[in-house]
Write a protein that binds this ligand. Structure first.
Ligand SMILES: [Cu+2]
Length: 387
C-alpha cells in the first residue's frame, strides 16, 4: 500500500472512531458484502473485449451545471467508447445567502454532479476517483446502466482509490446517477449532493410529437437538491468541522422527510440574477431536470413545456404544451421550449412553498423583440372607473 493510501485509510479509521460511526460502517460493510454477490468475480469475455477494443474512443470534457458538455445531437459514425473521469470531492459549501453550510459529497465538485451526454449504443467508460483527502467510501449507481446495481456493486472505492467501469447505453433518455454505498449511507450521501444525470440521445437525434426530427439551440441541466440541515436549540443552522460529522443530527432531520432547503444547482440563487440561464427569442432550448430522491414539478412561468419527456424515456412520444410536469423522485425528465417573448422567465418547482421559501427557483433571461400579438398591456394601471 502506498503512503498516501495508508494515510487515507488511517484518516478514515480515525474519522469513524471520532464520530462513533463504527456501527454504521459495519452495517455498510455487511450491505457491501451482499451487493458484491450480485457481481461475482469472473473471467472477462475475450470476444466482447476484442469487439469493444476496435471502437473509436472519445474523452468527454465535463462542465459545471447548468451547462452540458459539447455534444452532437445526431451521432456521427458508429458507437464509441466515451471516456469520463469523475473525481469525488467532499467539500464544505454554502447553500443560501445566510451562509448556511453543508459538507457536501460531490461528483466533480458540484451539486448536482456534471451532465454526461452519449448516444444509444455508445459505451460509457468512467474512471471514478475517491480523492485521498476524502474520509468516506463512495461509489456510483447509473440508472441508465444494466446490472450490478447500476454499477454500484463494482465501484465501491476508499479514499485514495480509483476504479474503472464500462457499461453500454442501451436505453435512450435522461437518467439520474448517484452514490449508493449501502444502507443508511445511501440517503445520507444523496441528500448531501451526490447525484447527477446522463442524457442518452437516440443516434438519429430527437423527434417531436409528430415524429419529425428537430434540434435544440441550447441545453441546460437543472439538478434539484433537497437538503436537511440540523439546527441548534435556538433554531440556527449548525456548522461542522468535517464531512460526516453531521451524521447523527442530519439523519434525525432526514427522518422528518421535510427538507430545510430545496434548491436548484446546489444553492439558493445558483440560477438567478447574474447566474440566470440565457436564451434568445426564437431559440429552442432543452431543459433536463433531475431529482434523485423527491418528486418535483417543474413549471416555466410565462411559457410552456412544448415537448416533455416526463419520465425521461426518449423511446416514448413526448407530451405537448404542458403547464407543469412531474419529475418522479429518482428520475430525470426533459423539456423543450421555443422562446417567443423576451424578458425574465422564472423556472420553478411549482410547489410554490418550495420555490419561494425553500429555494427552488431559477431564471431564464431571454433577449429579443416583444410580440404584441401574443400579449399587450392595453391600459396602464389607473383609478377604477364606474362601468
Ligand atoms: Cu458517496
Amino acid at each position: 500500500m502506498s503512503d498516501i493510501l495508508k494515510q487515507a485509510a488511517e484518516s478514515r479509521r480515525g474519522f469513524l472512531k471520532a464520530t462513533g460511526l463504527a456501527g454504521l460502517a459495519t452495517i455498510a460493510a455487511a450491505t457491501a458484502a451482499k451487493s458484491d454477490e450480485t457481481a461475482p468475480q469472473r473471467t472477462p469475455d475475450a470476444a466482447v473485449a476484442a469487439e469493444i477494443a476496435k471502437l473509436p474512443r472519445l474523452k468527454q470534457v465535463l462542465v459545471d451545471p447548468p451547462h452540458m458538455p459539447e455534444h452532437d445531437q445526431v451521432a456521427k459514425g458508429g458507437p464509441k467508447v466515451v471516456e469520463i473521469t469523475l473525481p469525488i470531492h467532499e467539500k464544505k459549501v454554502q447553500i443560501d445567502e445566510d451562509g448556511t453550510e453543508i459538507w457536501a459529497l460531490t461528483f466533480n465538485g458540484t451539486v448536482p454532479g456534471p451532465m454526461i451526454v452519449v448516444h444509444e449504443g455508445d459505451y460509457v467508460e468512467v474512471t471514478l476517483q475517491n480523492v485521498p483527502t476524502n474520509l468516506m467510501e463512495h461509489n456510483i449507481d447509473f440508472h441508465a446502466a444494466t446490472g450490478a446495481l447500476g454499477g454500484g456493486a463494482l465501484t465501491k472505492i476508499q479514499p485514495g482509490e480509483q476504479v474503472v467501469l464500462r457499461w453500454k447505453a442501451i436505453k435512450p433518455g435522461v437518467f439520474v446517477y448517484h452514490c449508493a454505498p449501502g444502507d443508511i449511507m445511501i440517503p445520507y450521501h444523496v441528500t448531501h449532493g451526490m447525484n447527477g444525470a446522463i442524457m442518452v440521445l437516440p443516434r438519429e437525434g430527437l423527434k417531436d410529437a409528430e415524429g419529425k426530427p428537430f434540434t435544440y439551440d441550447r441545453s441546460y441541466f437543472v439538478g434539484e437538491q433537497d437538503f436537511y440541515i440540523p439546527r441548534d436549540k435556538d433554531g440556527t443552522y449548525r456548522k461542522y468541522e468535517s464531512a460526516g460529522e453531521d451524521m447523527a443530527d442530519a439523519l434525525e432531520v432526514m427522518r422528518t422527510l421535510i427538507p430545510t432547503h430545496e434548491v436548484f444547482n446546489g444553492k439558493v440563487g445558483a440560477l438567478t440574477g447574474e447566474n440566470a440561464m440565457k436564451a434568445k427569442v426564437g431559440e429552442t432550448v432543452m431543459f433536463v431536470h433531475a431529482q434523485a430522491t423527491r418528486d418535483t414539478r417543474p413549471h416555466l412561468i410565462g411559457g410552456h413545456g412544448e415537448l416533455v419527456w416526463e419520465t425521461g424515456s426518449f423511446k416514448d412520444q413526448p407530451d405537448t404544451n404542458l403547464e407543469t410536469w412531474l419529475i418522479r423522485g429518482g428520475s430525470a425528465g426533459a423539456m423543450v421550449y421555443t422562446f417567443k417573448q423576451p424578458g425574465i422567465y422564472a423556472y420553478v418547482n411549482h410547489n410554490l412553498i418550495e420555490a419561494v421559501m425553500l429555494g427552488a427557483t431559477a431564471h431564464v433571461v431571454v433577449e429579443g423583440d416583444w410580440n404584441d400579438d401574443l400579449m399587450i398591456q392595453v391600459k396602464k394601471p389607473g383609478p377604477m372607473q364606474a362601468s
